[in-house]
Design a protein around this ligand. Structure first.
Ligand code: TAP
Length: 478
């Protein structure tokens, strides 16, 4: 649907879904084959239409045991003994198959997750392939990484629903490059691209057991995290579950990396190029429906440009096109689940009750599926819950500041520390701000840019450990 203020009408340009062959049901991927699970099954739906896409096996404790056994056997007998240059060939092969099947993966990701096809096609899947290419390059050079060259063993990996295949790539590519084997649990609402990835592992002739995929809900993740024969846990998701995982592994020899939530400040100074900053603000909070751990969900605007910036931001938001994720013109897709929509609505209502002023793009929402219009709250103070808690949706909280020192103080006034953005024409100010912002990533005059060569991770309650770059090898080597 177009926003009511949009000056243009576009003809629908839907990407065909015929390229994907979605099976009615999927088993677990264990020891190189799809097998039946013992924990029953669950349905995965398209969040845009609520259509059931497939029935997926739910892994119970016995299934997780079998997957960990397969990973251990593959680690001992094959993968840890294979020279890095040979492991690299498998990773390159996987990367190339991902490129060859990119359209299929993008359509499936958009169907299962609700994200616009132009994002899955142009951002998610190319970055997935880039991660496998990048870490393939490291596999025979580990002794130069500075982190040792011995793998840890079996890695248990638990990922969220916001970037299903990209989070899989962030986890699996470095683990395999370093000689570890993996058991990965995708999120309950987005299992399908991980299962297609399992088929890609078969197509690449990856030795059985090197990658195992166990689908299921939180209990499956819990069984994997608590499993005594897992050497490393890598988790991306909520801070609450991250803390529970840290408690579970405390006192064991397991290594852990946690990539948790965020409440990033996107800081606009009065000398910033305003139109560019508006694009960066829109990209920062409305990319992927705001389901982004490093989303720029707190906008800090210097008071002198507040009125002008807000007016231009609202005008730009009115041109965003929300609707069918498979339509190539769509900017904003569906919210990933009914549960997440409920959380976004609840926190937005808290914003109303706390006295902030809500403005949203006027548009007609479909009656089927899960939708929330791009929204901004002005008149937000630091004490408001919408300024402190991660909403994980297309909702921006706007605050103001007068001096750089005040901007730093407000930006750092959060238990999180994952990312931040700075908009100014002064290079010296960018460097000074980056120095003082307690955030793992600081973007300058841009936002939400990802590259496999660049480390990513948080301070404080945003977690610990880094993914990406040379630093991403540290969590998988001793
Ligand atoms: P989580 O509940 O943290 O889920 C992340 C992953 O952990 C999923 O695969 C989940 O399985 C699994 N899991 C759940 N409970 C577990 C447990 N006790 N032990 C091990 N694994 C467990 O996040 P969510 O439900 O997807 O979203 C909730 C909130 O988390 C969101 O509103 C958002 O604020 C935040 N979130 C943050 C991020 C990032 S990247 N920082 C990503 C997603 C969500 P199921 O999917 O089956 O529950």
């Amino acid at each position: 649907m177009t926003s009511q203020g949009s000056p243009f009408e576009y003809a629908p340009a839907p990407e065909s879904r015929s390229i994907v062959d979605i099976k009615p049901s999927y088993g677990l991927f264990v020891d190189g084959a799809f097998v039946d699970g013992h924990g029953g099954s669950f349905k995965t739906i398209s969040p845009a239409t609520e259509e059931v896409l497939a029935e997926v096996a739910e892994a119970d404790q016995a299934d997780v045991d079998a997957a960990v056994r397969a990973a251990r056997k593959a680690y001992d007998k094959v993968w840890s003994r294979m020279p890095g240059r040979e492991r690299a060939k498998y990773l390159y092969r996987i990367a190339r198959i991902i490129q060859e099947r990119a359209r299929e993966l993008a359509v499936l990701e958009s169907l299962d997750n609700g994200k616009p096809i132009k994002e899955s096609r142009d951002v998610d899947i190319p970055t997935v392939a880039a991660h496998f290419f990048y870490y393939a390059g490291w596999a025979d050079k580990l002794e130069h990484s500075g982190f040792g060259s011995t793998p840890l063993g079996v890695a248990g990996q638990v990922i969220p629903w916001n970037f299903p295949l990209l989070m899989l790539a962030w986890k699996i590519a470095p683990a395999l490059a370093c000689g570890n084997t993996v058991v990965l649990k995708p999120a309950e609402t987005t299992p399908l691209t991980a299962l297609l990835f399992a088929e890609i592992c078969q197509q690449a002739d990856l030795p059985p057991g090197v990658v195992n995929i166990v689908t299921g809900a939180g209990a499956t993740g819990q069984a994997l995290v608590a499993h005594p024969d897992v050497d490393k846990i890598a988790f991306t998701g909520s801070t609450e579950v991250g803390k529970a995982i840290a408690r579970t592994v405390a006192g064991t020899s397991k290594r852990v990396t946690l990539e948790l939530g965020g409440k990033a400040a996107n800081i606009v100074f009065d000398d910033a190029p305003i139109d560019q900053a508006v694009e960066g603000i829109v990209d920062g909070i409305f990319f992927n429906q705001g389901h982004v751990c490093c989303a720029g969900s707190r906008l800090l605007v210097q008071e002198s440009v507040y009125d002008e910036l807000l007016e231009r931001l609202k005008r730009r938001m009115s041109t965003l096109r929300m609707g069918d994720p498979l339509d190539k013109n769509t900017d904003i897709g569906a919210i990933n689940s009914g549960e997440q929509l409920k959380r976004i609505r609840e926190l937005s209502e808290v914003g109303d009750a706390e006295g902030a002023e809500r403005w949203e793009v006027a548009c007609d929402l479909p009656t089927q599926g899960f939708w929330f219009p791009p929204t901004i709250f002005t008149g937000v103070s630091q004490a408001h819950r919408i300024a402190r808690e991660e909403i994980f949706g297309p909702v921006l909280s706007v605050l103001t500041f007068r001096t750089p020192a005040e901007a730093v103080e407000k930006a750092n006034n959060t238990p999180y520390g994952l990312s931040a953005g700075v908009w100014t024409e002064k290079g010296s100010r960018i460097l000074a701000m980056a120095d003082r912002l307690r955030a793992g990533v600081v973007w300058a005059n841009t936002f939400n840019k990802f590259d496999p060569t660049s480390p990513f991770g948080g301070f404080k309650e945003s977690g610990y450990g880094r993914e990406g770059g040379r630093q991403g090898l540290e969590g998988y080597l001793r």
